[in-house]
Design a protein. Structure first.
Ligand code: NAG
Ligand code: NAG
Ligand code: NAG
Ligand code: NAG
Ligand code: NAG
Ligand code: NAG
Ligand code: NAG
Ligand code: NAG
Length: 583
């Protein structure tokens, strides 16, 4: 099967019969070879891989099989049950770009097509997936399960270390999903969730040793689900087999309540670069920089991919302040999901500058909903979010939205504990490196006195039975209860960075229960696994308002807001963002 539109220098496209006819010369460019029986070999003069119906094995690089007895390469959704089956493969495209020849090899499954774009001279390949008929799903990934003697270490933006040896994963020490008590008596844990990282800012990650490195460099981020606070698993030791795992979670749910999406036909994830080297992290970092500079890829032949435009504007608060460093997000043009839970199409994250100006470049042409919220710092007091629907991005054009006003609360603030930014930053342990069970270090009872306590005196998570009290004096704050407020409502705003079910609380204002946070019967809250899966910064953000009658409940002098945990489950509970009382 010869493909004629591909440069002759690279054309080593062998049918099974021709393969037998030729001596086994090493190919000089990208190639695609069909062996029959749903088996193909792809690669170039530097590496090659044998792709079977489900798994890509025999990854030869530097004359060494990097997969060995491990499972190899595959694409799957919703856990391990649904590994895609490749029913046919073909050359999708090919040509030369800046002197380098390439082949785009397409493996087709019922659900969609996995592409490998193989350039001459490149160790690795660009990969992308195009949806045909994926089911409505939460988890969708491509991954390598590699030989664990060839790849002994793992690196993310946050961690760089040896993968824990399989011998440490003792069945009798398993404490929850993919989490084991260490055998060294330290009381610490081994869990794959400790190796998670932020998706939107991630530069490169992978597994390596002193001779081999296998990396993912996802230069574009728009095909991922979620917002700035999207975090995912990246690397780990497979706990059943010991394989070194390099995980490309292109749609994931590991730290969220729900991220179940339907995908339009043609939704494309990628291209990202899967990159092989000698294990050098410096080289991988440099390559990641180059890839980011080159995104969106000029060589990529896909019309819709190149239909991109820009959109910008400025966000101001009604009091004349600019929305300094606000988090800005281009998402679905409907408000049926939270920004973190959106994931059907393409999503763009950014921050406003000091003047509240923002710009998104290289945005796929479409209509979006623009959202903004406080990222702390100068906006730490802003509890509202900004939303503008029908923001239309046109290919080759810049949409200028001008100056927009972000409505804020007009009530008088009595106190605020913690910055409003959808994260636990600022509190004790808030934003610590991923660590299983860290919330155990937060106390059962805690007292915070407005005016004298510091933000870090509040802990990032509340999990144990007991009471966390915010004590505040209305006189000291120079805010005596105004007569007109006596019949007015006060509002307690509770912003949680995350919440794992199994812990319930009553919220008291002095002697009155003004609300509850519970995962019990309806309208109970839903679970996000962040707190018990090593999350320390954020999970699924939740916003609550508990109104009450200030005139009858509050008094001159010392008052208290109390969060009383009435039932608890180990490692679960509330991850705090901010608590605000206003009237
Ligand atoms: C075809 O592949 C299947 C499974 O991958 C294998 O069991 C079978 O032996 C193969 N047949 C031939 C003729 O190679
Ligand atoms: C794949 O690489 C191995 C090891 O370098 C080599 O022996 C083999 O010929 C290559 N296969 C193809 C089809 O090029
Ligand atoms: C792929 O085929 C296997 C049977 O060999 C099956 O168990 C699996 O469910 C199939 N995958 C999908 C996504 O249907
Ligand atoms: C590597 O995997 C093998 C199983 O293939 C396992 O026996 C071994 O313990 C693993 N090595 C490490 C360091 O975990
Ligand atoms: C957003 O907030 C995080 C956490 O406080 C901070 O590290 C980051 O610099 C902020 N981004 C901007 C653009 O201010
Ligand atoms: C706050 O007051 C201004 C001016 O009266 C008004 O335009 C704005 O809608 C109010 N904001 C809210 C959130 O009610
Ligand atoms: C519940 O909290 C109490 C402390 O108030 C603690 O002693 C107990 O161990 C916790 N129970 C669980 C299941 O974590
Ligand atoms: C919690 O508050 C909700 C809303 O006010 C109420 O419907 C529910 O009964 C309360 N649950 C408990 C256990 O107090």
């Amino acid at each position: 099967m010869w493909v004629t539109d591909v440069a002759a220098t690279m054309a080593l496209l062998l049918s099974s019969s021709r393969a037998h006819a030729l001596p086994s010369l090493a190919p000089t460019g990208p190639f695609f070879q069909e062996l029959g029986n749903n088996t193909w070999v792809i690669g170039n003069e530097i590496w090659n891989m044998t792709q079977g119906r489900q798994y890509g094995v025999k990854l030869y690089y530097k004359d060494h099989d990097c997969v060995g007895d491990a499972v190899g390469h595959y694409v799957s959704y919703n856990g391990a049950q649904s590994d895609l089956n490749w029913t046919s493969a073909s050359i999708h495209n090919g040509g030369t770009y800046q002197g380098a020849t390439y082949l785009d090899v397409k493996f087709a499954s019922r659900e969609g097509d996995m592409h490998w774009v193989i350039f001459s001279g490149l160790a690795g390949a660009y990969q992308y997936f195009v949806n045909r008929d994926l089911p409505t799903l939460g988890e969708f990934r491509t991954l390598w399960r590699l030989d664990n003697t060839t790849f002994t270490h793992g690196k993310t933006d946050l961690r760089d270390e040896a993968l824990p040896p399989l011998s440490e994963y003792l069945p009798e020490n398993k404490v929850q999903d993919e989490t084991w008590l260490r055998t060294d008596g330290s009381g610490g844990y081994i869990t794959k969730y400790d190796l998670s990282s932020w998706v939107r800012t991630q530069s490169y990650y992978g597994v390596y040793s002193d001779r081999f490195g296998s990396w993912y460099i996802n230069a574009g981020k728009d095909y991922y689900n979620g917002n700035h606070l999207k975090q995912e698993l990246m690397i780990h030791r497979e706990s059943k087999t010991g394989d070194a795992v390099q995980l490309n979670m292109i749609h994931g749910t590991h730290f969220q309540v729900s991220a179940v999406d339907e995908f339009p036909e043609g939704k494309m994830w990628g291209p990202w670069l899967w990159y092989l080297n000698d294990g050098s992290r410096e080289d991988a970092a440099q390559r990641a920089q180059d890839e980011c500079a080159a995104w969106p890829y000029a060589w990529f032949e896909d019309e819709a991919y190149h239909q991109r435009g820009s959109v910008g504007g400025q966000l101001m608060l009604p009091d004349g302040r600019p929305a300094t460093h606000a988090a800005v997000f281009l998402g679905d043009n409907s408000q049926s999901k939270t920004a973190l839970d959106m994931g059907s199409d393409y999503y763009y994250t950014g921050y406003a500058d000091a003047e509240g100006r923002f710009e998104f470049r290289d945005v796929r042409a479409a209509a979006y909903g623009l959202q903004a919220w406080s990222n702390g710092s100068e906006l730490a007091d802003v509890t509202t979010e900004f939303l503008q629907q029908d923001v239309v991005v046109v290919a080759g054009e810049t949409t200028e939205l001008g100056t927009m006003t972000w409505r804020v609360s007009n009530k008088t603030k009595i106190f605020q504990v913690g910055d409003f930014d959808r994260t636990s930053y600022g509190f004790a342990y808030g934003g610590a490196p991923y660590e299983h069970g860290l919330v155990e270090k937060c106390p059962a009872d805690l007292k915070f006195t407005v005016g004298t306590s510091k933000t870090e005196d509040w802990c990032f998570g509340q999990s144990k039975q007991g009471s966390w009290v915010i004590s505040f004096s209305l006189n000291k704050l120079g805010a005596p209860i105004p007569k007109r407020a006596q019949k007015e409502e006060a509002t307690l705003i509770v912003s949680l960075a995350g919440y794992s079910t199994g812990v319930s609380s009553h919220i008291w204002a002095n002697d009155v229960v003004i609300g509850n946070l519970t995962s019990g019967a309806a309208p109970g809250l839903l679970n996000d696994p962040s707190l018990y899966r090593s999350g320390t910064t954020a999970g699924e953000w939740r916003y609550f308002e508990f109104p009450f009658d200030a005139g009858t409940v509050l008094r001159k002098g010392v008052n208290e807001i109390r969060f009383e945990v009435t039932s608890n489950t180990t490692w679960r509970g509330f991850m705090w963002d901010s608590v605000v009382l206003e009237w």
